[in-house]
Design a protein around this ligand. Structure first.
Ligand SMILES: [Zn+2]
Length: 367
């Protein structure tokens, strides 16, 4: 091939890629979590407010009626996949569950986080995802819990995740750490029982903590390469979204990288969209935060990929109130994003005429 032909072929490929990954019209989306009595009503309601995409879990996506209604209304739907949060898998094999330095499992209420180093789990998860995509034929896929265990919603924005332990110190992670870092440690063998690894864990924690933090970030990036690579190979052109913990790179002493394992500079290239869960009420942040967060994240994520997800309002009395004006300012800030916005969640708009009007107006405005 002559050089000019190579260049032309390259440009054509870039053109095809950008078309295939659908970076055209902004996503105006809403997440739906609750059970739905009447899919037609729900789809019509979403359409009437100006949404063009719904983000739904397996239960709703399985409904043929829901999919037909979406198609008829011209709405797209993205399937939410709970990647490393898998209580069912943990029930079958308790050794899959992530553990902290003391051997405590990564469980919180209904959530059970699986060790990201377990290759057998990652393979099984890809098989599950493949089957779901073939069966449900969504217009996009969105990966939730793609990280190490953290209850980020409960972190005090003033203090950060001070006492939250970093995961995971099970056998698979220790082996992966030793293999990938090639450090000269006094303890180099990994035992089956967590208690037998106490000295090795202590050595890593006291002498090689930075290397351990860096290894965790690489582990999640490798998992992203692996999973998005498989999805793209088998479902070319299907947009892939990452649910991102809504902390800036430097916030809480870099905890998003160190504790969560999400480094957007490494992860963004694998995804079509990086979607920070910028939930103001849930995380006890005030008005103005969404705008600041988005601006900070643009130093890590290309503008065409940053897809903020904001909260409509608190969905439980345990969280601080979020007056309509606060919602409106969050929505206006998020609407500045080139890629679009995703609201969390649609059900909160059902009986709220004030927020419906705010939403309709904001979504209807051209950027
Ligand atoms: Zn592990």
């Amino acid at each position: 091939m002559r050089p000019t032909t190579t260049v032309m072929a390259g440009l054509f490929f870039i053109f095809l890629s950008s078309v295939a990954f659908g970076q055209g019209a902004p996503i105006l989306g809403a997440k739906v979590y609750g059970p739905v009595r009447d899919p037609r009503e729900l789809v019509e309601f979403a359409k009437s407010l100006g949404f063009n995409t719904l983000f739904v879990g397996d239960e709703l996506a399985t409904s043929i009626s829901f999919r037909e209604q979406c198609r008829a209304a011209g709405l797209k739907y993205f399937l939410i996949i709970r990647t490393f949060n898998d209580p069912e898998a943990a029930k079958q094999d308790a050794s899959l569950v992530s553990i902290d330095r003391e051997g405590r499992p990564a469980r919180r209420e209904g959530d059970v986080m699986i060790c990201p180093s377990r290759q057998d789990f990652r393979r099984a998860k890809m098989d599950q995802i493949r089957a779901a995509l073939q069966r449900l034929k969504p217009d996009g896929v969105t990966l939730d819990y793609f990280r190490f265990f953290i209850y980020w919603e409960g972190v005090d924005p003033q203090k950060g995740p001070v006492n939250f332990p970093a995961f995971c110190f099970d056998r698979s992670c220790l082996e992966d750490f030793l293999r990938s870092t090639r450090l000269e440690l006094r303890h180099r063998t990994v035992a089956e029982a967590p208690d037998a690894n106490r000295e090795l864990i202590e050595e890593i924690w006291s002498k090689h903590r930075d290397a351990w933090y860096q290894w965790r970030v690489k582990r999640i990036a490798e998992n992203a390469r692996e999973l998005t690579g498989s999805i793209r190979q088998e479902f070319p052109g299907l947009p892939i979204v990452l649910h991102a913990v809504p902390w800036t790179r430097d916030e809480f002493n870099g905890a998003r990288q160190k504790i969560v394992g999400q480094d957007f500079r490494l992860l963004a290239p694998f995804f079509d969209y990086v979607s920070p869960m910028a939930y103001s009420a849930l995380t006890h942040r005030g008005p103005g935060w969404v705008e600041k967060l988005d601006r900070a994240l643009l130093t890590e994520v290309p503008a065409a990929k940053l897809l903020p997800s904001i909260e409509v309002g608190p969905d439980s009395p345990q969280f601080p109130p979020m007056p309509p004006a606060h919602y409106e300012s969050d929505l206006e800030a998020a609407r500045q994003a080139e890629a679009g916005v995703v609201l969390y969640h649609l059900e909160l708009l059902l009986d709220d005429a004030v927020r419906q009007a705010i939403t309709k107006r904001a979504l209807g405005e051209a950027r």
